[in-house]
Design a protein around this ligand. Structure first.
Ligand code: OFO
Length: 173
């Protein structure tokens, strides 16, 4: 496997693993603040990021390269409020998009077209994830801390998580 591409994918493994841990910390914080629907959503996001990581690990290994399972920094324990949680999540996803774009660039520079093709899945995934985080943040801004609004928000997020539970056909996500 091209060593520069392999190094860039290994860097991405760390990013996806850190995302998974970051969202796990957010899920746990939400659960401790009575936001059970939000916690369910964030636990599912955390699982999704772990899957993104795993997909990269397998991609490298199946091509005769060597995937590196990285050490992960401890994520925060406390968050100011729920709006802050989703602001951080969006900021984080924007950073992940940048690093996916960088990976695409490296594939093109190295003329590694099969990895380039594989990485396109992450390009579309990032579009979806950023849009979802922006949508949630817009709702939270509208609610502006109103208790009734927060109750409905939490319930709606739980419903959307149940609807998006992976099935046999969409488990490639
Ligand atoms: Fe949302 O970061 Fe993975 O790809």
């Amino acid at each position: 496997m091209n060593t520069r591409v392999q190094k860039a994918i290994n860097d991405q493994i760390l990013k996806e693993a850190s995302s998974s841990y970051f969202y796990l910390a957010m899920a746990s914080w939400s659960e401790n603040h009575g936001l059970n629907g939000t916690a369910k959503f964030l636990y599912a996001q955390s699982d999704e990021e772990r899957f993104h990581m795993l997909k990269l690990v397998k991609f490298i290994n199946e091509r005769g390269g060597k995937a590196i399972i990285p050490a992960i920094e401890q994520p925060p324990v406390e968050f100011d409020n729920l709006e802050k949680v989703f602001e951080l999540l969006l900021e984080h996803e924007i950073g992940v998009t940048e690093s996916i774009n960088n990976l695409v660039d490296i594939c093109l520079q190295e003329k590694d077209y099969s990895t380039h093709n594989f990485v396109q899945w992450y390009v579309s995934e990032q579009l979806e994830e950023e849009a979802s985080a922006r949508g949630i943040l817009d709702k939270l801004k509208l609610i502006d801390g109103d208790k009734g609004g927060m109750y409905m928000f939490d319930r709606d997020l739980e419903k959307s998580t149940i609807l998006n539970v992976p099935t046999e056909t969409n488990s490639a996500k």
